[in-house]
Design a protein around this ligand. Structure first.
Ligand SMILES: [Ca+2]
Ligand SMILES: [Ca+2]
Ligand SMILES: [Ca+2]
Length: 269
């Protein structure tokens, strides 16, 4: 049972069984965690797997209007960023419309706000053959090309500590809480590298986000984003290629000028 329709059905059943519960977490996210754990316990092979395809741009855009699901409203992501600085992996997302944390999704939102649920998948060794199937692959038709070591559960948000769970996806254990800040149309979560098993933070990242009803967007639409260091951006192809070329031509030009100048001095002498 890997397709989303089955999980949605389970989610709706979960919604019925959870009605009246104090926890306003999106039922589909809880059902997705159960489904994934059941698959992993049975060592079921992943339904789909694609080659690693990670963009090291620091920030990537996601189309407006590429949403999934059956219900309105939808959380429509427009941007995903991941930067490394000061022992923190900071992951940010932007949305086309107003969002509000999952915790506030019951009874406190205005009609223009979308309660945000979902998962940020993290492949810390950037190796799809290690770790487990990402939520983005489980819940959407997209292939991340990742093998998850960790994930962030957006619906574990609490206004009490302003943080969300960072979970070891292999052992299914919460590693700790990471501070998250929300704006009208986005959020940024700062994950201490100690919560990622002391990883160096070079990681592949993808996300599946949605409302309380269902997942409504995958970011990116296939593949992943590689976290980049904020203080020392990776050299682009322009710098890598042009510096030695300019050096050679520069030396040639200097030699030519020196020869012309030397000839001019000799003629004047
Ligand atoms: Ca989108
Ligand atoms: Ca991995
Ligand atoms: Ca998308």
């Amino acid at each position: 049972m890997r397709n989303y329709d089955s999980i949605l059905a389970m989610g709706l059943l979960g919604a019925l069984s959870l009605s009246g519960a104090a926890n306003a977490a999106a039922p589909w996210t809880e059902q997705a965690k159960m489904e994934k754990n059941a698959q992993e316990a049975q060592s079921q092979p992943r339904a789909r797997r694609a080659a690693r395809n990670s963009v090291a741009a620091g920030t990537l855009t996601d189309p407006v209007g590429d949403t999934l699901g059956a219900f309105t409203p939808k959380a429509d992501a427009t941007q995903l960023s991941a930067t490394l600085s000061g022992g923190l992996l900071t992951i940010g997302m932007s949305f086309a419309g107003d969002i509000t944390p999952c915790e506030n999704g019951s009874g406190t939102v205005t009609p223009t706000q979308t309660p945000l649920g979902g998962f940020i998948d993290i492949d810390t060794d950037q190796d799809q053959t290690t770790g487990v199937q990402p939520f983005t692959d489980l819940l959407t038709s997209y292939n991340t090309g990742m093998g998850n070591e960790f994930y962030v559960d957006l619906c574990s948000y609490s206004s009490g500590d302003g943080a969300v769970d960072v979970v070891d996806d292999i052992t299914d254990t919460v590693q700790g809480r990471a501070a998250i800040g929300f704006s009208a149309r986005g959020f940024a979560v700062q994950i201490p590298l100690s919560l990622l098993g002391g990883d160096d933070g070079q990681a592949d990242i993808a996300a599946v986000v949605g409302t309380l009803n269902e997942p409504t967007d995958a970011v990116p639409n296939g593949g992943s984003l590689a976290a980049t260091a904020a203080s020392t951006p990776a050299p682009g192809p322009t710098a890598a290629v042009n510096v030695p070329v300019l050096g050679v031509w520069g030396l040639g030009l200097l030699s030519l000028l020196a020869g012309v100048f030397g000839g001019w001095r000799l003629r004047r002498g």
